[in-house]
Design a protein around this ligand. Structure first.
Ligand SMILES: *Cc1c(COP(=O)(O)O)cnc(C)c1O
Length: 339
């Protein structure tokens, strides 16, 4: 038995999800005629109190479409230095949108309203790129599943409103934050101009992300999705998995959070665990030193059939998800205690 903690993207559809996919009614989504895709888009938009939504193949695509829609070539995008849109989307901000990036040195992936204010270029200065978009990430992946304090979102929103900036949220794991902080998704819809939500992470769908925004924004996004090659046809089979995930797999994220905390506590006791990032959701990131490097620790885990990732020479990451059972968590803890 392999315990795969490399990512929450490794989950496989459950029998119930597969049945929902099998039973889906489909049509051609490029003609906006797939009833199941339309249902998923409406469901997701309503959950966040946003006007409209568009289903896409990946979270990278929903982020990149949003950045392209909010900007003109030559503009500048403000984001945190560890953010997925900067670190893990292949330079897409430059490639797809022709924009430059202003990186903020934040706290575990999070930025403050004050840092945003300091990162906005003076619009009257012709030397400067025009800042048009601020992009935040919640939870923060490289921040170890860190969650924002919602009050900071409100403050950042104020800055964006004053400076006429769009505000995007990379909410790949937004439901982890909502469950952990007991938040109301409708509040997110009031703050952000666009939100990207992944169905293929901890929610357990095999494929897909949804981008949310106003009607006119989503109409533009539909055009960009086509240009990016993301117009799918009978995508209702995939959307059905997303509907199933949103209907069944949100509240159970709390189990993943409890599992992550238990594993984090076991790790923190080890002499080679130099610093455990606070475990707020389903991600455990630990700085490693002494007897192990991150790579040699990952290799040691692998000898016990536990897959992890050394995300940096000194950092190991373990991600909990719905295919990890309590028995598997017990085994991981036992292995950690024996190291
Ligand atoms: C996984 C992830 C994405 C999107 O990834 P895809 O693999 O393209 O779906 C975006 N942002 C964050 C923070 C992520 O963790």
């Amino acid at each position: 038995m392999i315990i795969d903690l490399r990512s929450d993207t490794v989950t496989k559809p459950s029998p119930g999800m597969l049945q929902a996919m099998f039973d889906a009614k489909v049509g051609d989504d490029v003609f906006v005629e797939d009833p199941t895709v339309n249902q998923l888009e409406t469901l997701c938009a309503n959950m966040f109190g946003m006007e409209a939504a568009i289903f896409c193949p990946s979270g990278t695509m929903t982020n990149q479409i949003a950045i392209k829609c909010h900007t003109q070539p030559g503009d500048e995008v403000v984001c945190e230095k560890l953010s997925h849109i900067y670190q893990y989307e292949g330079g897409g901000i430059a490639f797809n949108a022709g924009c430059s990036v202003r990186l903020i040195d934040g706290d575990r992936g999070r930025v403050t309203a004050r840092q945003v204010t300091e990162s906005v270029n003076n619009k009257a200065d012709v030397h400067k790129a025009q800042t048009t978009l601020v992009s935040l990430e919640n939870t923060g992946n490289r921040g170890g599943g860190s969650c924002y304090d919602f009050e900071e979102f409100n403050k950042i929103k104020q800055v964006c409103a004053q400076q006429d900036l769009a505000l995007h949220l990379d909410g790949a794991r937004i439901f982890n934050a909502i469950v952990a902080k007991k938040e109301n998704p409708l509040h997110y819809g009031q703050v952000f101009n666009s939100i990207s939500v992944c169905l293929s992470k901890g929610l357990g769908a095999p494929v897909g992300s949804v981008l949310l925004g106003k009607k006119a924004f989503i109409a533009k996004a539909r055009r960009i999705r086509k240009v990016f090659g993301g117009g799918m046809r009978q995508a209702g089979y995939l959307a059905a998995a997303g509907i199933y995930a949103l209907s069944n797999n949100i509240n159970r994220l709390a189990n993943d959070h409890a599992h992550a905390l238990a594993i984090g506590e076991a790790l923190a006791k080890k002499d080679f665990a130099l610093e455990l990032l606070p475990v707020e959701t389903n991600i455990v990131i630990c700085n490693i030193g002494g007897r192990y490097t991150a790579a040699s620790l990952a290799a040691e885990f692998k000898r016990h059939d536990i897959l992890t990732i050394a995300i940096a020479p000194t950092q190991i990451r373990l991600v909990l998800h719905l295919d990890v059972t309590p028995a598997m968590v017990e085994k991981v803890i036992a292995v950690v205690e024996g190291l």
